[in-house]
Design a binder for this molecule. Structure first.
Ligand SMILES: Cc1cc2nc3c(=O)[nH]c(=O)nc-3n(C[C@H](O)[C@H](O)[C@H](O)COP(=O)(O)OP(=O)(O)OC[C@H]3O[C@@H](n4cnc5c(N)ncnc54)[C@H](O)[C@@H]3O)c2cc1C
Length: 447
């Protein structure tokens, strides 16, 4: 698949044009406005040896003060900044990232997008996100390779049949298009599957035809470029080391690049949310664990839907490069190690091999891990905090890639207006109040 989105143009005028070097005037214009990607731009650059592409986002030094600071340049942080600018006109924004943008879970996940959750608040935010994915490439002018190829969750026990039929009914009421399909239909959609497994035969599946995948890095890069284009500062290699308060109110952050003031602070750091909350002086009901995945060597196209098998605990899709992308489990103990381990490969492949016998002959190419932030009810937190003007977005656990645009939309609204209908139920105080949004079934397999 071609990726129009990975190319950028210089704005070249006057005498410098022949040399392909932007002059001072053109540099200013680059600073204020990036040119749109298009087939025409590719053809033009092809004709002049690709000398005119510009960097996709700027790398400025931090200013002394911003209207809003977002900590964490993962998908959720970048999307928050983007919708702050696009929907609410707040553009004096810095996004601070301790590593490189998209280098956290956003660049480590298995890219599954779906919205077939059980509870109404979840269906609302995940379906908002899924619908934004449908038009994200056009909205950002960046090819995020959204591929609505369909996602199925296999029912391999009687209990799962009841659970997924219930979800399909709930989704019908919520306006989320899903259906419960027969084993024969599963086989039609996934010819490589073995539906007669002796231990766990396939008894049906919850099918979401407009679920699918997107290119995870491209989602981060697309938002980053759009934020930079709005004049926002994305500052990489800039770790937040302290949260500065005046009484109960946030006034800025300390970073490895100095202190920066802000009116509002949004913390969107996934597995490090507890660390940032600690800096601000409060606790979060979050546990951090490593979640792992692996890919096989590339093979010819053999499966064009995403299949999740929650009972045996594994899921699989095929990437555009041909690799089988396989998701495994989370570590059974809290940790901050962003790496894979051998026993997870063995457990996950063993779990899937009965349902997909052909994977027993595949070579595995690489494995990795990311630090995910788990809440007790497996639902996220998008919330005000005990510190005035400090907001937190976390708890997406094993399944937040799919939520990025919806989460950013809601978090931006919460930061700009003090409330968001999409975020209302996801406060951090629901755990004390017993108002859980239980999604342990929908999040049954780590994805
Ligand atoms: C192996 C694996 C598979 C997954 N599969 C799926 C899937 O198929 N579908 C799905 O929907 N979800 C999936 N997920 C979950 C999904 O990846 C995450 O929920 C989502 O990416 C979280 O995005 P984020 O922007 O909140 O976090 P991140 O992308 O982790 O971004 C947080 C950023 O904050 C930065 N940061 C942390 N501390 C500081 C600090 N002190 N100062 C500055 N910056 C800081 C980090 O460096 C990081 O870049 C998977 C996760 C993993 C690990």
């Amino acid at each position: 698949m071609s990726q129009v989105g990975c190319v950028v143009t210089h704005w070249i005028v006057g005498n410098e044009q022949d040399k392909g070097i932007p002059n001072a005037q053109s540099k200013n214009r680059i600073r204020n406005h990036m040119r749109r990607y298009s087939a025409f731009a590719i053809a033009r650059e092809g004709a002049r040896y690709h000398t005119g592409w510009e960097r996709a986002w700027k790398s400025p030094e931090p200013k002394k003060r911003y209207d809003a600071i977002i900590v964490g340049a993962g998908g959720h942080g970048l999307a928050t900044a983007y919708y702050l600018g696009k929907n609410h006109g707040i553009k004096n924004v810095a996004i601070l990232e301790k590593g490189w943008l998209g280098g956290g879970n956003t660049g480590r996940n298995t890219t599954i997008i779906r919205s077939n959750y059980l509870q109404d608040p979840s269906a609302a935010i995940y379906e908002k996100a899924r619908s934004l994915y449908e038009t994200m490439s056009q909205d950002l002018n960046y090819n995020v390779m959204f591929s609505p190829r369909g996602v199925m969750m296999l029912a391999q026990t009687e209990h799962e049949i009841r659970g997924y039929e219930r979800t399909a009914h709930a989704n019908a009421l919520q306006g989320v298009a899903t259906e419960f399909i027969s084993p024969q239909r599963v086989k039609e959609l996934v010819p490589i599957i073995n539906i007669h497994g002796p231990r766990y035969p396939v008894l049906g599946a919850l099918w979401q035809p407009r679920g699918g995948t997107a290119r995870h890095d491209a989602v981060a890069w697309g938002y980053a470029r759009a934020c930079s284009n709005m004049g926002m500062d994305i500052i990489q290699q800039c770790e937040v080391t302290g949260v500065r308060r005046d009484g109960d109110k946030v006034i800025g952050v300390d970073t490895t690049k100095g202190s920066i003031d802000c009116d509002k602070l949004g913390v969107v750091v996934a597995g490090h949310s507890g660390v940032l909350a600690d800096m601000a002086g409060f606790r979060l009901p979050i546990e951090s664990v490593a979640l792992q995945a692996l890919v096989s060597e590339p093979i010819k196209p053999c499966m064009d839907v995403v299949v999740m098998a929650n009972t045996v605990h594994g899921y699989m899709s095929q990437s555009d490069k041909g690799e089988m992308v396989i998701g495994g489990g989370a570590d059974g103990y809290n940790n901050y190690t962003q790496r894979g381990s051998f026993h997870h490969i063995e457990e996950t492949v063993r779990a899937l091999v009965e349902t997909f016998p052909m994977i027993s002959r595949l070579k595995m190419l690489r494995q990795w891990g990311g630090i995910v932030d788990m809440t007790g009810d497996r639902s996220p937190i998008i919330s005000k905090t005990p510190v005035e003007n400090m907001f937190i977005n976390c708890g997406w656990g094993t399944g937040g890639f799919k939520a990025i645009p919806g989460s950013g939309w809601a978090m931006a609204e919460l930061m700009a207006k003090g409330a968001s209908p999409l975020a209302d139920e996801f406060t951090m105080w629901r755990f004390g109040e017993g108002k859980f949004i239980d999604e342990s079934v929908a999040a049954g397999v780590a994805h």
